[in-house]
Ligand binder design. Structure first.
Ligand code: CDP
Length: 809
């Protein structure tokens, strides 16, 4: 075959492999409205199902009367818990080892809970049917405060007590109270308390990381189609983990797994919202089995915000101790976690509070202790990792606020306090006091680069001048410098530590090279906008020497993709990206043997060079990967099977620990509470960078969601359990208007155990961004006496902070 590109640089460029800002291949369809989302799926005879939802946060269901609804033209069926009970489907397992009602079984536990499922010819008839279902409720006392829940005589879940009213054991051990879900402890309690008792300086703070919601552009939904003739169920849905959904559907329905095909088509954002299983999935399947027709269920925006997986809702109390010079000696953290009506967190089984035990952050803290109590309340279930790896956002917010209050206590500059306590480069791999082994890092280099770039000393001088000017009455605007340094923990497994419902958290890639030298790679992950089709082809291009443009990446169809645990917690690159590289290496190993045969030399006498195998010392003698692929299918090679395919199931030896240094400069008008982000600098280190342009996009997106959470986004309840922010009129989604210009930067500290040295990045900017925006607000008020104020820092709350500090006097 003719080799048309001769210069090595040209050959490298032609591959569009790792390190190049290859344009996103998926955008052709997304930008032209040609994406294929769940709601785009239209099947012959398809029905539409939707829920009757509870207006009450806590009530007994006295009766459900469907008679009138069944008379509504177009309504075919109304499913209730009674209909699902004989099938054992009125409750379903959650990913956290709890169980959740699919349809209200005797009572409801949160506003918007699914009470009945109306199946109709179209969504309009379904809506009319919903109106006609008569439900008689008896209101019960509502608990929206987890602390009150633990003291209350009101038992929220009847399945948490025995016949004598005594609390039974939960999935993670004994309950202290019927409304208590678990206690999770890590670290050394007594030793930590002793260190803190004996310390020169101790800072204590309680902070609330408010309840919020991932709010993806596309809401959740599914289409179930039961083919009764062949006994096959096909389920399309907004699934971040399609294989796990297939296994769960098989386990709870009794259908054999090979008769279930789960397909995640294009997904319009997930951010953790689409990891778990929802009643809508179960009901669409049951309705399809009952009616023999395909059934679609799609949430509207209010359904999504009010009922599907929320995030955060952590009350965190910390104590941090240090020497007079600022060296941290101990950290104590107590969390009360509000899980709502069911524990539907999506965490690996052994980690009921996710990776909250990374709350020692980027600092060398010798002694630490963490205790988390999970609690039921009358709020929606969830507790998902909204653009973070299992509660890392909470952990990083906690430690980055504790550092700031410690700096106040020590009367020290917070940047300097961080520098004194960073884990040093030569301490990696670093064993943290709460059980993690950080793979690699160079925090001082990143921090110094960040501070220098923004002229940190200059900013502090300007801030001091501004404080004086404010005090003299010359300005009503104050200035905050938000600092944050974060370490993420991404890439769950390894299997020995991490499983969800017993499913080990490895991931996979299968590659088939076609005879003409193009390829298809299938992975166990599923992109929700991150650009996997672009970047995984780049990994392969570099590994197997075929152009990325000749490699199709396919995800999300359980009939074709190898088993994998899906995409969330920035695990795709650390786990499936590693599987991709490893599968590519298997291809390359076989290609080497084929090349050696074709070139009539020993296997060891050829070496890989960009897109070919070359005879060592004779560069003019080579076979390109294209030629090798052709030979693999068309030439009888002694001792070598025809074909060129490989599969890799990758169980990572450890997680990866990306990190970053963020600085936000913010002006605040104390009379209006309006914030103006003057500058935002974000330095990320995600190890080897596959596609710098995609990384930049991920950073912009993550920071924007961080801005949202820090400055306004929340799921708020009144004391009757009514959701006050159930529409986009009330729930803050930033637009171009609020978003500042982000300056991105990077250092590169490869992961030593990842085949290509890459760490995840998708969630880092969210994890590091939230404390950075929040610290900017808090830092602005620090010279006026503020120690801590809770997020979200919307204009009204900022105004109140200024007012409480006497700044309006
Ligand atoms: O699991 P998820 O895809 O959400 O997160 P990720 O693994 O952090 O990857 C997000 C996107 O950034 C993917 O398209 C990755 O391939 C890309 N990425 C990269 O180009 N270089 C890295 N070192 C890490 C991620």
């Amino acid at each position: 075959m003719k080799d048309e590109i001769t210069s090595r640089d040209d050959r490298v460029a032609n591959l569009k492999g790792m390190g190049c800002s290859r344009k996103r291949v998926e955008d052709a369809r997304f930008t032209q409205g040609k994406g294929n989302y769940v709601d785009d799926i239209k099947l012959d005879g398809m029905l539409f199902g939707d829920f009757v939802r509870s207006p009450y946060a806590h009530a007994r269901i006295k009766s459900v009367n469907s008679e009138a609804a069944l008379k509504v033209p177009g309504v075919l069926a109304v499913l209730t818990a009674e209909d699902l009970a004989p099938l054992g489907l009125h409750w379903m397992p959650t990913l956290a080892g709890d169980k959740q009602m699919v349809l209200a079984d005797g009572k409801v536990l949160f506003q918007g809970q699914e009470v009945a499922f109306v199946v109709a010819e179209d969504r309009y008839a379904a809506a009319d049917g919903i109106e006609a279902v008569e439900v008689e409720y008896e209101e019960l006392p509502v608990i929206v405060d987890p602390f009150k829940s633990l003291e209350s005589d009101v038992v929220l879940r009847e399945d948490t007590v025995d016949e004598n009213g005594k609390a039974t054991d939960g999935a993670h051990g004994p309950r202290k109270h019927p409304n208590h879900i678990f206690t999770w402890e890590v670290g050394e309690k007594d030793a930590t308390e002793q260190v803190i008792d004996e310390a020169d300086v101790v800072a204590t703070e309680t902070m609330y990381y408010h309840r919020t919601h991932p709010c993806p552009l596309e809401t959740c939904g599914s289409v179930a189609s039961m083919d009764k003739v062949n006994g096959k169920l096909t389920l399309w849905g907004t699934f971040q983990a399609p294989h796990a959904i297939r296994t769960i559907v098989s386990l709870i329905s009794g259908l054999e797994e090979h008769n279930i095909r789960v397909i995640s088509p294009d997904i319009g954002g997930g951010f953790g919202n689409k990891v778990g299983a929802y009643p809508g999935y179960v009901c669409s399947v049951v309705a399809s089995i009952v009616t023999g027709r395909p059934v679609k269920w799609i949430e509207d925006r209010m359904d999504n915000l009010m009922t599907t997986a929320f995030a955060r809702d952590y009350w965190m109390t910390g104590k941090i101790s240090a020497t007079k010079e600022g060296k941290i000696t101990g950290l104590h953290c107590n969390v009360t976690a509000d899980h709502g009506g069911f524990d539907a967190c999506a965490d690996p089984t052994k980690f009921p509070a996710g990776f909250m035990n990374i709350c020692t952050g980027s600092y060398d803290i010798p002694t630490a202790y963490l205790a988390v109590d999970g609690v039921y309340t009358n709020k929606a279930p969830g507790g998902v990792s909204y653009r973070c790896s299992f509660r890392v956002t909470e952990a990083v917010y906690f430690i980055e606020r504790m550092i700031e209050v410690l700096a106040i206590e020590l009367n020290m500059d917070a940047a300097e306090l961080r520098r004194i306590n960073f884990i040093k480069k030569d301490q990696f791999p670093y064993q943290s006091a709460l059980g993690w082994e950080y793979d690699s890092g160079d925090y001082h280099t990143a921090w110094d680069k960040a501070l220098k770039t923004v002229d940190y000393d200059g900013l502090r001088a300007e801030q001091a001048e501004r404080v004086e000017a404010f005090k003299r009455g010359e300005t009503r605007k104050i200035m905050g410098i938000g600092l944050s340094f974060f370490t993420e923990i991404v890439g769950a497994g390894p299997v020995k530590n991490c499983d969800i419902l017993g499913l080990g958290m490895f991931d996979s890639c299968e590659i088939r090279i076609h005879p003409t030298g193009s390829a298809i790679a299938r992975l166990g992950t599923i992109s929700q906008g991150q650009g996997h089709a672009t970047t995984f082809a780049q990994i392969l291009a570099s590994e197997i020497g075929l152009p990325a443009d000749s490699i199709t990446v396919e995800e999300g169809d359980t009939d074709t993709a190898p088993y994998g645990l899906g995409t969330y917690g920035s695990r795709s690159t650390p786990v499936a990206g590693a599987a991709t590289a490893m599968a590519g290496r298997k291809i390359r190993a076989k290609a080497q043997m084929i090349a050696a045969y074709l070139l009539e030399v020993h296997d060891d006498d050829v070496e890989f060079d960009v897109d070919r195998f070359v005879v060592k010392g004779a560069p003019e003698r080579f076979k390109t990967m294209k030629e090798i692929a052709f030979a693999a299918y068309n030439q009888a090679i002694p001792g070598i099977e025809p074909g060129l395919e490989a599969v890799s199931y990758y169980d990572p030896p450890n997680m990866t620990y990306p990190f970053g240094a963020y600085i936000c400069v913010m002006d605040i008008d104390v009379d209006t509470g309006v914030t103006d982000i003057r500058r935002f600098y974000a330095l990320d280190d995600c190890g080897t960078r596959i596609n710098p342009m995609i990384i930049e996009g991920q950073v912009h997106g993550g920071l924007t969601e961080a801005l949202a959470v820090a400055l306004g986004q929340e799921i708020a309840y009144d004391d009757q359990g009514n959701v006050k922010t159930g529409t986009l009129m009330d729930f803050f989604l930033p637009t171009a208007w609020e978003v500042p210009n982000y300056e991105t930067d990077h250092t590169v500290t490869p992961s030593p155990h990842h085949p290509i040295g890459a760490k995840g990045v998708g969630e880092s900017p969210h994890v590091g961004g939230v404390p950075c925006f929040s610290n900017a607000v808090q830092d602005a008020f620090r010279p006026f006496g503020l120690r801590h104020t809770n997020m979200p820092h919307d204009h009204w709350r900022i105004w109140k902070t200024a007012n409480s500090l006497g700044m309006h006097d």
